[in-house]
Each structure stands twice: as structure tokens, then as C-alpha cells.
Design a protein around this ligand. Structure first.
Ligand code: PHE
Length: 441
């Protein structure tokens, strides 16, 4: 009996962790941490994740369970009709995220194939690096893979097999964690690998810039899936007895752990093989094949790794597409099929310039960023934090009574803890996020 209850709570935690844990932790976290100087950046990231991030996670889950709907339905129900406008920026944000997320999802699929066919079986990192840049430079192939990734996401959403995917990810996510542990052991024991661990955990605050702080905040929002109403939607599925603060802690804990494992997996080989840690989005895709080449059964481990990464990416992309779908179905009364296809087509089209910005359009720059980087910057560092501000203000000032009730379900919170959450969402989150954003601009 008891096991069954625990099992279902674990099921929910793993499902929402499925949205959080994705390319953000394994592809983005390592290269952003590396580009921002390592240890000091990590501390700022952790601070954001466990203060504002955790409070917002509790808030989004609580709002969702109270509203029993996606972000628009929940805001309208708890705040009144005029709150429906929050829907448009969130849908827009999810669309833009998927435009570049899908491109990286496509790289993942391509790497399953390349690893399986031994195309990356070399210990020569210069070769691996040029193989990767040759691949992403192409004008057409990466876009086809991007389309394939979107088609998979669309298939899951239209087929209504989210639950199937979630059940699958319950099995595969722990497998991914185990595989990562194994790969960490291999990477750290490479001669010179330990330097990567030191780089990640030795804070050097002279390397921390205001850009670093913005990036750390954006990365925390991105890797926890916060600020876009995704966790509100997931919260709407939690049963009445589940204790939200505990659940939120689990989700944040698992996502942060996945990020740390991602960093520990990707960075040691970067140092062992003398690669440039600041090289950007290709880091994971170049350093991991080098690790596989240094282990027996590398083809098998490599193929398994990219396959599990694809599943992790899919559980996140499904949650992103779902935000758009539920908006079009609920607000514009579209059919579910149409509401899934239209945003997917937009994501496909928008992904084309993102992909081309690694090749023919690499010179096209705005604010000194490529189109890909700009999409990432705009969503992670601006739109998600702003979404966080709106959600925090809404929860702290408009709907606090309801939120308070939701947080106390299943297990009373000490008054002090409740006040801390309220203070964090009403004041700390809006002020801190605004200050960081203004400083950055
Ligand atoms: N958190 C997801 C990841 O790390 C990405 C994501 C961002 C999903 C925002 C939903 C909303 O891959």
C-alpha cells in the first residue's frame, strides 16, 4: 500500500523533472558555465536556483493546482479576465525557445546516427571538433534533423501519448543518471581530467561579470523550466494530498543535480584533451565522443548516451509545445490537431535561421550575437525572468490566499517558512530580477 502511494508521488516528481531535465542541463549548463569562468558562476547559479528558483517552483505548482488549468486559465480564474494577456508572451516565449531547442534536439538525433555508425570513433579531438563544425555548418542537413525532432515532439503531443512518454522517462531518466555517473568516472580519471572538476568548483570571483550574473539567472530559469507557465500546467495535475513545497524541492534538486552531473561529465574531458572550454554550444557534442573513444564499448555507450539525451530533450520539448497547444485550444477554440500543427510549423520555420547562423549566416549579427545566440539570450535571460516577475507578483499580491492554502495541503508549513515564501515572491524575486535585468541592459 505505502509503496504504491510513494510510487505515484515519485511518478509526478519524475514527470515534472522530465520537463526540467533536458538539453538545458546536459548541453547548455556545461558550456555556459565554462564560458562564464566556472566556479564563481556555478555559485551564483546555485544561489538563484535554490532561492528564487525554488520559491517560484512552489508558486507555479501551487497556482496550477488551484487553477487546474494552464497559465492563462489559471491566471484568469484566480485573478480575473484581464489576466488573459499573460498568454501571449508565454506562447511567444515557448515558440522562440523551441526554434533553437529543436535545432539542438536535431543535433542529438544526428549524433545517435553518427555514433552508431562509428563516424565519431576517434580520439583525435581536432577531428571531432571539425566533424562537428562541418556538420552544423551545412545549410540543409541540420534543418532536416531539426524537423525530425519537431516531428517527434508533435507526434507525442498529437498522439496524446504524453503519459506514455512520461512512463518511459520514468524508466529512462534513472538510466541516464546512471550512465552519466559512469561517464563522469571515465572523464575524471583521464589524465588531466581532474582540472575540469577544479575549474567547476573553485570559485574565482574575478572572473564573474554582470553578464555572468544575468546568464546564471537565465540558466536557472531555463533549466528549471520556470517563467513560462510550464510548471503551472504540471501543477494542475498534482493530486490534492501532495505536499507542494516538498515536491518542488525534489524537482529543483533533481534538475540541479542533473546540471552538476552534466558539468562533471563534459568539463573534465575538455581539460584532459586541452579543448577550448569557451567554445560555446558545441562543447558537449565534441567532448563526449572523445570520452566514448577512450572507453571499451564506446560505440554502445555513445549511442545509448545520445538516445537517452534525446528522450530527455523530448520530455522537455513536449512541455514547451503543450503551452502553445493549450493556449490555442482554450483561448482560440482551435482543434487540438490544428493547435499542435500550427506552432510546430512556426517552430520549424523559425529554426531555419537559428540553424543557418552556424553556417551561411554566421556573420549575421544583432547586438553582437548570432541569431541562435540572440534567441537563446532573449528567451532565457529576458523573457523567462520577466515571466517569473509577473508570476511572482501575481502569486504574492493577487492570489496569495489561494497559494497559501495550496502550500499547506498535506502538511502544515511553519509560519516562518510560509512568510519567507511570501516575502520572496512578493518582494525579493521582483526586485532582484528587475535589478539584474536593468544592470544588464
Ligand atoms: N528545462 C528544459 C531543459 O533544461 C528547457 C525548458 C525551458 C523547458 C523552459 C520548458 C520551459 O532542457
Amino acid at each position: 500500500m505505502q509503496r504504491a502511494t510513494w510510487g505515484s508521488k515519485l511518478g509526478f516528481i519524475l514527470a515534472s523533472a522530465g520537463s526540467a531535465v533536458g538539453l538545458g542541463c546536459i548541453w547548455k549548463f556545461p558550456y555556459v558555465t565554462a564560458s562564464n569562468g566556472g566556479g564563481a558562476f556555478l555559485l551564483v547559479f546555485l544561489a538563484f536556483a535554490f532561492t528564487l528558483g525554488l520559491a517560484l517552483m512552489k508558486l507555479e505548482l501551487a497556482l496550477g493546482r488551484a487553477g487546474r488549468a494552464g497559465i492563462v486559465g489559471t491566471f484568469k480564474q484566480l485573478g480575473g479576465k484581464h489576466w488573459r494577456w499573460v498568454g501571449i508572451p508565454t506562447v511567444l516565449g515557448c515558440l522562440i525557445i523551441m526554434m533553437f531547442y529543436g535545432v539542438v534536439g536535431g543535433w542529438t538525433i544526428a549524433h545517435i546516427k553518427m555514433t552508431l555508425f562509428g563516424e565519431l570513433s576517434t580520439t583525435n579531438t581536432a577531428k571531432l571538433s571539425s566533424a562537428f563544425s562541418e556538420f552544423i555548418k551545412q545549410p540543409v542537413t541540420p534543418i532536416i534533423y531539426h524537423g525530425l525532432f519537431l516531428a517527434l515532439t508533435l507526434g507525442v503531443v498529437i498522439g496524446g501519448v504524453q503519459q506514455g512518454i512520461e512512463r518511459l522517462s520514468k524508466l529512462l531518466m534513472p538510466l541516464l543518471f546512471i550512465l552519466m555517473l559512469l561517464l563522469i568516472v571515465r572523464g575524471v580519471t583521464l589524465p588531466g581530467g581532474w582540472k575540469g572538476v577544479e575549474f567547476m568548483f573553485n570559485p574565482d570571483f574575478s572572473k564573474l561579470t554582470i553578464d555572468g550574473v544575468i546568464n546564471a539567472m537565465g540558466l536557472a530559469f531555463f533549466s528549471l523550466s520556470l517563467g513560462m507557465g510550464v510548471m503551472i500546467t504540471y501543477g494542475s495535475y498534482i493530486d490534492e494530498h501532495t505536499h507542494i513545497p516538498g515536491t518542488a524541492m525534489w524537482i529543483v534538486g533533481l534538475a540541479v543535480m542533473a546540471c552538476l552531473l552534466g558539468g562533471l561529465m563534459v568539463l573534465p574531458p575538455v581539460f584532459a584533451f586541452d579543448m577550448n572550454p569557451g567554445q560555446g554550444p558545441g562543447l558537449t557534442f565534441i567532448s563526449m565522443p572523445a570520452v566514448f573513444a577512450h572507453m571499451p564499448g564506446g560505440v554502445l555507450f555513445g549511442t545509448a548516451f545520445f538516445t537517452l539525451l534525446l528522450v530527455a530533450a523530448l520530455t522537455s520539448s513536449v512541455s514547451l509545445l503543450e503551452v502553445a497547444v493549450s493556449y490555442f485550444v482554450d483561448e482560440l477554440k482551435w482543434s487540438r490537431r490544428m493547435a499542435s500543427i500550427v506552432p510546430s510549423v512556426l517552430m520549424l520555420i523559425g529554426g531555419i535561421p537559428a540553424s543557418l547562423s552556424f553556417g551561411p549566416w554566421s556573420d549575421v549579427k544583432l547586438f553582437n550575437m548570432t541569431i541562435f545566440d540572440l534567441m537563446d539570450y532573449l528567451t532565457s535571460n529576458i523573457m523567462l525572468p520577466l515571466g517569473g516577475v509577473v508570476t511572482a507578483l501575481f502569486g504574492g499580491w493577487v492570489a496569495w490566499k489561494t497559494v497559501e492554502k495550496q502550500l499547506a495541503h498535506g502538511n502544515q508549513l511553519p509560519a516562518f517558512a510560509m512568510q519567507t515564501i511570501r516575502f520572496t515572491v512578493s518582494w525579493v524575486a521582483p526586485v532582484v530580477i528587475s535589478v539584474v535585468l536593468l544592470k544588464g541592459l
